[in-house]
Design a protein around this ligand. Structure first.
Ligand code: ZN
Length: 324
């Protein structure tokens, strides 16, 4: 087999603190997966070179020939224009940064770049919970809320890369909490892990009597989103109320998107989705309340299966989809 040309893909998922790197074949079989810290010095100017050094070392160790690579795919956190220029990655420092051109120059291979949340959605469609489906909305409930919309197998990135920014749909029109994007009342301020903690802290501050939540806060000096969902799973009334509030707003977003896109499925990922049925059951209830009744039954709400590897699978899919 070794003398036969293989179709390998090098895929990259750039995050604010770490960069995931993977070598896989065009069928999605992972050969190697590893990560390096994100070097944010001098507006991220060393990142591409550092990634290339890692790549060279890895293919040397794996004894793979560079000619066996069909391309490089990258997901990165921020809007990416159709010409492969990163508009702005605030937590890295790239601004109007020609990512695609830089990768192609460094690797001497075709390169494809896409927003990281969009990559995660493509990954779930290719090798994860959405396998075999063509119309998907992926929502990642982590520190923030990421989104990716796939219509007829293609990611919707829009005119300037801002398509699928589901986290920044406004759900509280008045007196909403400030969001990282500069607006107020985005779904990210409610349904992210940070949002759930914020709602819990509001309850704690307003509470005159001792509750399971205030006890936990007194004991550890902080509350996590997992604490809230764990207590809700045990029917703690205060935490059930928080989860209901989260699901009311998120269900409204799902219902609205369902009326716009009529997808096969909503795929829910990220740390908050580890709550499983404690999240999905009330979410389904409110989704059903807000979705277009004639098609409400045609969309499933399912959990993502690739975890934090969805991004590297999606970045590889960008290459596979264009080239193999
Ligand atoms: Zn926002």
């Amino acid at each position: 087999m070794n003398n036969m040309k293989q179709d390998y893909i090098f895929s990259i998922d750039v995050g604010g603190t770490a960069i995931k790197l993977a070598i896989m074949n065009a069928e999605g079989k992972l050969q190697k997966l590893w990560q390096i810290p994100t070097n944010r010095k001098e507006e991220g100017k060393y990142i591409i070179d550092e990634i290339y050094e890692e790549f060279k070392q890895a293919i040397h160790n794996l004894q793979i020939n560079k000619d066996d690579f069909i391309g490089v795919g990258m997901g990165a956190p921020g809007p990416i224009l159709p010409n492969g220029v990163m508009k702005r990655a605030t937590n890295i420092g790239w601004e109007n940064y020609p990512l695609k051109a830089k990768l192609e120059e460094r690797f001497q291979l075709p390169a494809f770049v896409e927003n990281d949340a969009n990559c995660a959605a493509l990954g779930e469609m290719w090798q994860g919970a959405g396998k075999g489906l063509k119309n998907l909305v992926c929502i990642t409930l982590g520190t923030g809320v990421g989104g990716g919309v796939i219509v007829n197998g293609e990611i919707v990135s829009g005119t300037s890369g801002g398509g699928g920014e589901i986290g920044h749909i406004t759900v509280q029109y008045k007196d909403g909490a400030p969001c990282n994007c500069g607006k107020k009342g985005c779904i990210e301020t409610i349904a992210s892990a940070t949002g759930v903690v914020r709602l819990a802290m509001e309850k704690i501050k307003r509470s005159n009597e001792e509750t399971a939540l205030t006890r936990l806060y007194k004991k550890y000096g902080k509350i996590t989103a997992k604490d809230v969902f764990d207590l809700a799973a045990g029917n703690d009334p205060v935490c059930v109320q928080i989860v209901e509030e989260v699901c009311f707003y998120l269900g409204h977003v799902l219902g609205t998107l369902s009326s716009t896109l009529n997808p096969d499925a909503f795929i829910i990922g990220g740390g908050v989705s580890d709550a499983g049925e404690t999240l999905l059951m009330p979410l389904e209830k409110y989704y059903r309340q807000f979705a277009f009744p004639s098609t409400v039954d045609d969309t499933k709400i399912i959990r993502a299966t690739l975890g934090n590897q969805a991004g590297v699978y999606g970045a590889a899919y960008l290459v596979k989809n264009k080239l193999s």
